[in-house]
Write a protein that binds this ligand. Structure first.
Ligand SMILES: [Zn+2]
Ligand SMILES: [Zn+2]
Ligand SMILES: [Zn+2]
Length: 380
């Protein structure tokens, strides 16, 4: 039976498709802008010239449709032409040998067959080859003219021509060994050393912890990333000043769960993931406690912009959590964790482009449940 795609792979594929890295997707984007705009312009014109006085409201959107559609048609046309004549190159994936034709200017491309991230340069003749990270050993598919990049697993600054990476070091607080300053985890004792992914170390100018960086991760890289995200959530909890900031932490818990599901595809990591689950529960417990406190302090009937409470409304982390619960069903509770997380903790009502929290009874009882669980843990 073919397994359903992980949430992470769905996210990565959506991301890559949004980037127009092949002629096909570039043309698709151009043509859909063009088609939509022509329809809008023609529709607007029909309403304008055929419509009757009776439909006043429609009459006033007609000129907007015509002008917007007209501008869109020009943009769509230019976009389509540019994408039709942009030079392409053919690249071969060293993992599965699949060949894809992509735009020559594309520097990062996820193999459509096996999902391997390919880091490319400008020389059309060079195919990516595997190169090992000097710190963590991760094999990355890269052409020698790609330049510098952050190791997807450990964050170490690497160079595609094999020259020495970042040489600055730090002392691991866990085992006191010297490790590169830029790395996410200590490979000797597993301590997380970097939890801030807003910007890379200064030395890594031009590199980012972006989606492409994440796509290059191995399963164990995803595991370390999830641990780092959890650490980051715990560090930022005391600093969160309002419910909007707390939602960002909820999002990070969600990302950590998504990476954990990805890591669990490697069955050899599952024992370590099981051990990580109570840490997820403790961290999440802190987030929902804070969420409850902040909701209680909100002025009655406080309204937000319509999309500002979307994280509370959709609880995006729950789907990822369900998938992990499915995998670790039996061990979740006996492993010291709380087991299944409840969903629909908060009711968000949207009206007149505003949204507000109308009910959080579910959140109150979930916070109590976590508190009782934590108290029992201490008693043991
Ligand atoms: Zn491949
Ligand atoms: Zn590495
Ligand atoms: Zn260490």
């Amino acid at each position: 039976m073919e397994e359903e795609q992980t949430l992470y792979m769905q996210q990565a594929t959506t991301y890559q498709n949004s980037q127009d890295r092949t002629k096909k997707s570039g043309l698709m984007t151009g043509l859909s802008i063009l088609g939509g705009s022509i329809l809008a312009a023609v529709g607007g014109a029909i309403i304008y010239y055929v419509g009757t006085e009776a439909c006043d409201r429609i009459m006033c959107i007609a000129p907007i449709l015509m002008i917007g559609g007209g501008i869109g048609t020009v943009v769509g046309l230019i976009w389509t032409i540019i994408n039709a004549i942009r030079p392409t190159k053919s690249i071969r994936c060293p993992q599965c040998n699949n060949e894809d034709r992509i735009y020559s200017s594309v520097k990062k491309y996820m193999c459509t067959e096996c999902g391997t991230m390919l880091l490319l340069g400008s020389n059309k003749e060079l195919d990516p080859q595997f190169s090992a990270c000097a710190y963590c050993g991760l094999q990355t598919a890269v052409t020698e003219d790609h330049g510098q990049f952050l190791c997807p697993d450990c964050g170490f600054l690497r160079y595609s021509d094999g020259s020495e990476g970042d040489t600055s070091t730090q002392e691991c607080p866990g085992c006191k060994k010297n490790v590169p300053a830029s790395v996410i985890f200590c490979k000797y004792c597993n301590t997380i050393l970097r939890a801030d992914f807003s910007a890379p170390p200064v030395a890594a100018f031009g590199c980012e912890y972006d989606e492409d960086w994440k796509i290059g991760k191995s399963k164990s890289g995803h595991f370390q990333f999830a641990r780092a995200l959890l650490k980051s959530v715990r560090e930022h909890l005391p600093l969160s000043e309002d419910i909007l900031e707390t939602q960002k932490l909820l999002d990070q818990v969600g990302q950590a769960l998504i990476s954990t599901e990805e890591a669990s595809q490697d069955t050899s990591l599952r024992e370590m993931i099981e051990k990580l689950m109570p840490e997820f529960d403790i961290t999440y417990s802190g987030v929902i406690e804070l969420e409850l406190k902040q909701l209680r302090e909100l002025p009655k009937k406080k309204k937000f912009k319509s999309d500002q409470l979307d994280t509370l409304l959709n609880e995006p982390f729950i789907l990822a959590r369900r998938r992990i619960e499915e995998l670790f069903k039996e061990s979740l509770e006996k492993g010291g964790g709380i087991g299944i997380w409840n969903e629909k903790l908060v009711t968000v009502t949207k009206d007149d482009s505003k949204s507000r929290v109308t009910n959080f009874i579910g959140l109150e009882s979930e916070v109590q449940r976590f508190a009782a669980w934590k108290a029992a843990l201490k008693g043991k």
